[in-house]
Write a new protein. Sequence first.
Length: 315
Amino acid sequence: MTTTIFLIIIGIIILFYFAMGIYFAKSLLYPMVHPITETPEDYGMKCEDISYNTEDNVELNGWYIPSSSKKLIIMVHPASFSRAGFDPKNQGLAKITKITVKFLPTVKQLNEAGYNVLFFDLRNHGESGKSKTKKVYIGLDEYKDVIGTMNYINSRDDLKNQDKAFLGFCTGANSIIIAMNKRPDLFQNIKCMIAVQPISGNTLVWRLVKSLYTVIMAIMMVPLVTLISRIWSGKWFSEMSPLNYCHSIPCPVFYIQAKTDKWASLDDIQAYYDKSPEPKELLFLEEEEPLHRFDTYNYFGHKPQIMLDYYAKYV
């Protein structure tokens, strides 16, 4: 092999390495938008389409699904999802799962139990508008959408005096926790919160790459992806975490995490729980078959009792 050919091969490997790093960083910060593939009407529920703006002027779109009670559950979805869920066909080149997630079965369980439900698309997701950066910050920007939602609820006479609780998934849970820290005045009367698999950005990136590929791949790729993302977003993945905000949660909180979730660290969830004030609960879900992270997002749709029993205590 001549020196020229050797250098060409090395150059191709280096280009491929940087191309992969750029692609992974772009996939994390600019996830594909998942469309609204089904509606509450498809499940026999009445629904009001709602739209409102955040304080930084991003339009949010969602549903209000009424019941006959004065109890309201506010749902917040994960990053790269819509309020309808996640379609694995809409993943681009990086295939992370074959699992379809549908949130409306969970909404139906809540609605049939007598709860009103408000469920909206986060900025840069679903049918909601784009932020100025168009980036996902795993809660550090999306918390503004939770604040905007509380402002919207307080602007409606039929909603502002309802007993309110949250159900947040992953980035949605992060966003709620951070919003409670940033604007405690808006959350003084929240009855409780269920936080399903909140996560820190650095944990997600490391474990996602490791689980999809190999430890060697993670060792090679994660530092580059982290650096590129820091340059693009102005934040380290380690900053994209609920950990420094959990201490100011003003209501009872119930953390739920699949014990077999390869993308998460059980130590992280334990740390969130430890830093949260009482009253608090923590459950590591275990089933006969190992639960993927996305299985937990579907869990309450077919096994709602844990969720319903918790809300019954507080709402």
